[in-house]
Design a binder for this molecule. Structure first.
Ligand code: HEM
Length: 181
């Protein structure tokens, strides 16, 4: 199974890039389209920029949380989900220096990441890719798909997430919004 993907911005791809906003730290150059390509099968196309990530194992979710997520989370590629967000995120060295149990406690017991996020399911489909161990500029690539009518709710989720203790450890975040056209 291919688990490494390239998010290639440039002039081709099914997704039209509507806006790229730097939330924390540097942004990314403007581009017209985005393609999500499995690697290593896809040759470089010299587009505006590319970010890489792998689908990895879970780090923090408990058995109960995983069961709860599986019961409600939709898959990617629903016909009605013609809006998407790609949000690359980099956390601080202070985060990575914490032991696993302390990171889990900030992530869930203090910040309620999963509990809050579940309120927005099944409207939002999501995928988390890990990039840190690839030496990429971001630690994570987060990808979300939803009906365009649910974009305001998704924005409200972002406001709540960015106000949490977890986000005190976010030093790089870019919010990229896309549409299928
Ligand atoms: C839509 C509802 C959401 C749900 C249900 C959700 C759920 C989760 C879960 C369960 C994990 C833990 C995975 C693991 O155990 O390793 C996770 C990780 C993560 N999520 Fe979310 N999430 C949601 C929305 C978001 C949003 C909007 C963002 C970004 C703006 C985001 C960014 C992240 C990041 C960066 C991680 C990795 C954290 C780390 O490993 O330090 N999530 N999410």
């Amino acid at each position: 199974m291919i688990s490494r993907y390239r998010f290639q911005a440039g002039t081709v791809g099914p997704w039209r890039i509507d806006r790229i906003s730097a939330v924390r730290g540097a942004g990314l150059p403007a581009a017209a389209r985005l393609a999500i390509l499995p690697e290593p099968d896809s040759p470089p196309d010299g587009g505006a920029w590319a970010l890489h990530g792998v689908i990895s194992n879970l780090r923090y979710a408990t058995g109960d949380e995983v069961a709860g997520l599986r019961a409600v989370q939709p898959g990617l590629g629903r016909a009605e989900a013609r809006a998407a967000a790609l949000i690359p995120i980099r956390k601080t060295q202070a985060w990575w220096d914490l032991p696993q149990d302390a990171r889990r406690a900030i992530f869930e017991e203090t910040s309620h990441h999963t509990r809050t996020g579940m309120e927005y399911l099944p409207q939002v489909a999501r995928r988390l890719l890990h990039s840190r161990d690839l030496g990429e500029p971001f630690d994570f690539l987060t990808w979300f798909e939803f009906h365009p009518a649910h974009e305001a709710e998704f924005d409200a989720l972002l406001v709540r997430m960015r106000a949490t203790a977890e986000w005190d450890y976010v030093e790089g975040e870019v919010d990229i919004r896309l549409r299928l056209d």
